[in-house]
Ligand binder design. Structure first.
Ligand SMILES: [Ca+2]
Ligand SMILES: [Ca+2]
Length: 247
């Protein structure tokens, strides 16, 4: 039995088809699988947020990851904010000794919380909400493109997790999420929650919405650091990400 001899041209086409097929398969695998990054960078000096009001420090996944509970470590380590003042705690919300009004009052990230039952103009329990947020929910506000903050999380097991995002966005915009120092989510479009029907101008910053399954992340088991970047738009209030296992 003799070997089958194929003309060189046929062989080249076969090699090309094989390569194209493999590339398509690889591309499909890359697009279907979120970027994997195994552990927080060893040089990272930030630490999980902790205070007397909270039983645990590291935020767990699956579960709710609150943005205002970004890591300790300060400007340039745990976050970057465009100015050092906290425009929420101690500014919009007077320093009156209460936990919520003074939450992280000396840090640059601008923090407020949802307020219900404000007469005569309802604030965060208004009729223009797309979803009702929890009351007294801390959130990161006064956001500008280029700002970021880190959150250390603890995943119960390795896997792909999907996140719902509670937010308001006066003008729309985009955010992205890095995992352990590497881009993971790509740009995430944040739909505007502006509603021209609202007669109260300042309340455009208080129309809450839930962006369901805004991203999927492949997390290793144990500790990871998420970096939330404000890419464009600004004027986004970020309350929390609810993570659940997607596979
Ligand atoms: Ca600030
Ligand atoms: Ca800011």
């Amino acid at each position: 039995m003799s070997d089958i001899i194929l003309p060189e041209e046929t062989l080249q086409i076969s090699r090309l088809s094989l390569r194209t097929g493999l590339s398509a398969l690889l591309l499909a695998a890359i697009t279907a699988t979120p970027a994997f990054a195994g552990a927080p960078p060893k040089t990272y000096k930030g630490t999980p947020y902790q205070d007397d009001h909270r039983q645990t420090s590291v935020q767990s996944i699956p579960g709710r990851v609150e943005c205002a509970l970004y890591d300790r470590g300060g400007e340039g380590v745990a976050y970057h904010d465009t100015e050092s003042k906290n425009l929420g705690s101690g500014t919009l919300n007077p320093a009156d000794g209460t936990y919520l009004n003074q939450f992280r009052i000396d840090e640059g990230v601008d923090i407020s919380y949802t307020k219900f039952h404000n007469a005569p103009d309802r604030i965060d329990d208004n009729h223009y909400n797309l979803v009702q947020p929890p009351s007294n929910q801390l959130y990161v506000g006064w956001t500008e493109p280029g700002e970021w903050f880190n959150i250390t999380v603890q995943a119960a097991r390795a896997g792909v997790y999907s996140a719902d995002f509670l937010y308001t966005s006066n003008r729309g915009g985009a955010i992205s999420v890095d995992l352990n120092g590497k881009p993971a989510s790509g740009p995430l479009n944040i739909p505007s929650t502006f509603n021209a029907a609202d007669p109260v101008a300042w309340r455009q910053w208080h129309h809450w919405n839930l962006a369901r399954a805004i991203m999927k992340l492949r997390l290793p088991a144990g500790k990871s650091v998420l970096t939330i970047h404000i890419l464009k738009g600004g004027n986004i209030n970020l309350a929390y990400f609810d993570f659940k296992q997607a596979n």
